[in-house]
Design a protein around this ligand. Structure first.
Ligand SMILES: NC(=O)c1ccc[n+]([C@@H]2O[C@H](COP(=O)([O-])OP(=O)(O)OC[C@H]3O[C@@H](n4cnc5c(N)ncnc54)[C@H](OP(=O)(O)O)[C@@H]3O)[C@@H](O)[C@H]2O)c1
Length: 316
């Protein structure tokens, strides 16, 4: 994909203070694009993240469940990028409202106003999953496809980078001398660098409109690894000796995921336990196509690791 022209279009980044959203905002600002950040806490976020002078707008998905309620929110914006997601439900912030009903209403509002909508989803939703977290994301994607809007869906694999909740945990656990893993965590992931994702989403948002299945983007990094292999690759950045791996039985791992959900602790959830059992690598990795270059390396490279199909190697 060509580098986009410097745009005069204003982009609303929903969840622009989050892990993915912050990198999308930075990439848009790097090409001179005016940005509005949607947040539940605009004042607090403005203090924490001045974000290059971006405007903040109060937006709460749980209250925006029909197209009409999005009207004033979308005022003066030309492109919308939805990076909102919740790991756990809290009060009115349910998976259905945040991942399905609000994005469905947003897509209808974008269709009515002729606005481009980029929606960040996740890989692995076609597996026979049971968690409400994953099913709501699947429903959100279906609503977008049916909306008639100028939509694109972006499905990244697991992300690494500074400041993400899950990424911080994985970096920390990688340093431990023992890695405790669910016995059935056989699924492979293609971890990518969040800076690459931010750049790819910004380019996609500013590129000409697309049709058909060219609007769905599975994105991953250079290597397909199990979670155990990813932890080993991250550990290799800091420690000489490999960690010992301790596999815990399936039932215990599942129980632990429910307890984490109940207590709202750690990024390990029932949905993630389900995802670990299936491959979560892009079938066709479109990250190099969006970036116009190879993705960044994540962790150290072990020679035996399988590269992700179709991915260019870095030149240096
Ligand atoms: N991180 C990964 O490895 C990864 C991989 C694949 C897919 N994803 C998906 O990508 C999405 C974003 O992930 P992330 O890691 O960037 O998450 P994150 O850091 O938690 O950011 C999500 C943002 O959503 C906003 N938000 C939450 N609830 C909201 C609500 N009710 N109304 C409006 N805004 C709300 C929050 O902004 P305020 O607090 O400012 O309101 C928050 O900063 C999620 O759907 C996630 O499942 C993530």
């Amino acid at each position: 994909m060509r580098t986009p022209e410097v745009p005069d279009r204003k982009v609303l980044v929903l969840g622009g203070s989050g892990f993915i959203g912050r990198h999308v905002v930075a990439a848009l600002q790097a090409v001179g694009c005016p940005v509005v950040i949607g947040s539940r806490h605009p004042q607090r976020r403005r203090r924490q993240l001045p974000a290059g002078g971006a405007e903040y707008r109060e937006i709460r998905f749980e209250h925006l469940l029909d197209a009409g309620s999005w009207r004033s929110v979308l005022d003066d914006c030309d492109i919308v990028i939805n990076c909102v997601g919740i790991l756990r439900e809290r009060g009115r912030e349910t998976y259905q409202r945040v991942h399905h009903l609000a994005p469905a209403a947003l897509a209808a509002a974008c269709a009515a106003r002729g606005l481009r909508l980029i929606h960040v989803s996740a890989l692995g939703l076609e597996a026979p999953v049971r968690s409400g977290f994953l099913r709501s994301k699947r429903d959100g994607e279906a609503a977008l496809r049916a909306s008639g809007a100028d939509w694109c869906i972006v499905r990244p694999s697991l992300l690494d980078g500074e400041g993400g909740y899950g990424a911080r945990w994985i970096r920390r656990v990688a340093r431990w001398p023992i890695h405790v893993l669910p016995q059935d965590a056989h699924g492979r992931i293609a971890v990518l660098d969040v800076r690459d994702l931010g750049e790819a989403i910004a380019r996609l948002a500013l590129a000409p409109a697309r049709g058909g299945d060219a609007r769905e983007f599975d994105l991953g990094g250079l290597h397909a690894r199990t979670l155990g292999e990813h932890l080993a690759a991250m550990r290799g950045l800091h420690a000489g000796a490999p960690a010992r791996q301790l596999a815990i039985p399936t039932l215990l791992a599942r129980l632990a995921s429910h307890i984490c959900d109940l207590l709202h602790v750690t990024p390990f959830s029932y949905g993630h336990w389900e995802l670990l059992q299936y491959d979560n690598c892009p079938r066709r990795n479109r990250l190099p196509e969006l970036l116009g270059r190879a993705p960044r390396e994540v962790g150290v490279v072990a020679p035996a690791l399988q590269p992700v199909a179709g991915v260019l190697r870095p030149t240096s």
